[in-house]
Design a protein around this ligand. Structure first.
Ligand code: SF4
Length: 486
């Protein structure tokens, strides 16, 4: 009869440690979460593609010669993504760089190197290097004393792997193990900005909404959440019921420059709790008066690759004024994408933009957020020209006139609240960047079509919000100004 063996604990890995260092809950979900709740995240795909591209430039030999244990034993100058094991620990250092100290391998040794995504190294990066050093120890005979952080510009920062770092690493591993043994996941991270990069985001957003977390209130980040919790305000419902004078006093005591912020936070929490939008105007005013007599309107949205500082697409939908007084239905209008190919130069893009704007004289240009106006202003400056007039930032108008039951005033959240649906449901800015980078490499037509479709939808979403804004004002006004719906 086969002897029964207890199921051994699954191994710990550098991936799990890094997850835990970012968010304790994430490590728990990575191990125990329902895989059906986990969604592919384009940010992760972008990071992996970036890592591959950077590895190509950092490895001096053919990539296949820089792979595997044999390469390490033979003293290859670089070894990439080698799987290391030590007891129940696993890890794949991104890069091992040969160094000149003797080791168990011969007259050379290796140092672990991590390709950091941003300009600055973090605690997560240093502890990961230390973890890789721990895995290397049996192979080298001693733990490497130094590791390297390499930033996107290729600059190298030496990290001493001695001192307090091994103790901090071991403490982190012990606490990670304790967290993994919990029956319930740890709480959501305070800094919800991290969630944008996480594959568990949809699940955690739902939990946060259900629990009425403070982090769901627009305007509350990690610091404010902590400060409010220290004051005994546990969640959104509690914030919405907090006396404003008392909270203003508390904020003042804490050194807040704008204690009247208390009024805004309480009012925002109240609106989100009730689910009812709140007009900020005492008397109804038209938030978009420029549209009243305009012969048409241009809907405008830019797609950008922020890391490459590349505004690669300027998309427009021109809507003509109809004889009925309204604007033509956006579905019938022709979408006008202007691709900004770097090899064509900015002067050409500028000319095309000017031609398009000149073909629609007196038409306001409606966009959502600051990106478009900043991009056009800078582009005009570089071309020694004046910035185009007539741009209307719809985001600003929404904020001036309304308090909405949304956790963010971004286009996605506001248009979705109005019932607008993107035709590619999983699409988002990061995914669009991924398509763009893939298109630059492969030139496949369908990638460009997906980008155009996404950009066109952003223009349509902008129009959906504008229609709501204008029509709500018109409905609430005695001398109703012409509604802008088609
Ligand atoms: S979505 Fe946010 S809270 Fe949830 S696991 Fe990821 S980082 Fe943590």
């Amino acid at each position: 009869m086969a002897q029964h063996r207890p199921n051994p604990e699954p191994p710990l890995s550098d991936k799990l440690l890094r997850s835990w260092l970012r968010c304790r809950r994430k490590a728990w979900l990575d191990r125990h979460g329902d895989p059906g709740d986990r969604h592919w995240n384009p940010h992760r795909a972008l990071q992996l593609a970036d890592r591959e591209a950077r590895l190509q430039t950092l490895v001096s030999q053919p990539l296949e010669d820089a792979t595997g244990l044999q390469a390490l034993q033979a003293g290859a100058p670089e070894v990439r993504l080698l799987l290391l094991r030590r007891g129940a620990l696993r890890g794949r250092p991104t890069l091992l760089l040969r160094s000149s100290e003797p080791s168990r391998l011969g007259a050379f040794s290796y140092q672990p190197a991590l390709l950091q995504p941003g300009r600055h190294g973090t605690r997560e990066h240093r502890l990961t290097l230390s973890y890789w050093a721990l895995l290397l120890e049996p192979l080298l005979g001693s733990s490497p004393q130094q590791g390297l952080l390499i930033n996107p510009r290729g600059q190298r920062e030496r990290v001493r792997l001695g001192g307090n770092l091994p103790r901090q690493r071991d403490q982190a591993l012990t606490r990670l193990l304790q967290d993994l043994k919990r029956r319930e996941p740890p709480p959501l991270t305070q800094d919800r900005r991290k969630c944008a990069l996480c594959s568990w985001r949809a699940r955690c957003d739902a939990v946060a909404e259900q629990q009425g977390e403070l982090s769901q209130v627009s305007g509350i980040g990690a610091k404010r959440q902590e400060m409010l919790q220290d004051l005994g305000i546990a969640d959104r419902a509690a914030l919405s019921a907090t006396p404003s004078a008392w909270l203003m006093q508390q904020l003042e005591r804490q050194g807040e420059q704008r204690p009247e912020l208390a009024l805004e936070l309480i009012a925002q929490a109240r609106v989100q709790e009730s689910g009812m939008a709140e007009a900020l105007d005492d008397a109804p005013t038209d938030p978009l008066p420029e549209l009243q007599s305009a012969p048409g309107v241009l809907l405008y949205d830019i797609e950008s690759d922020p890391d490459a500082r590349d505004d690669f697409l300027h998309g427009f939908i021109p809507l003509q004024r109809c004889s009925s007084g309204g604007f033509q239905p956006p579905e019938t209008a022709r979408y006008r994408p202007l691709l900004a190919l770097q090899q064509h130069g900015e002067a050409r893009l500028w000319q095309r933009l000017q031609r398009l704007l000149a073909a629609h004289p007196g038409w306001p240009v409606l966009h959502y957020g600051e990106t478009e106006v900043i991009a056009l202003r800078r582009l005009a400056q570089r071309q020694g020209d004046a910035a185009p007039q007539g741009l209307i930032d719809l985001h600003r108008r929404v904020r001036q006139h309304w308090r909405l039951p949304v956790s963010s005033y971004g286009l996605k959240a506001v248009a979705s609240w109005r019932g607008f649906r993107w035709s590619q449901p999983a699409a988002e800015g990061a995914r669009c960047v991924l398509w763009w980078r893939q298109w630059q490499g492969q030139r496949q037509r369908h990638l460009l079509e997906q980008i155009f479709r996404y950009n066109r939808d952003d223009c349509l979403a902008t129009w959906a919000v504008a229609q709501w804004l204008s029509n709500t004002a018109a409905e609430g006004s005695d001398n109703a100004s012409p509604a802008i719906d088609s």
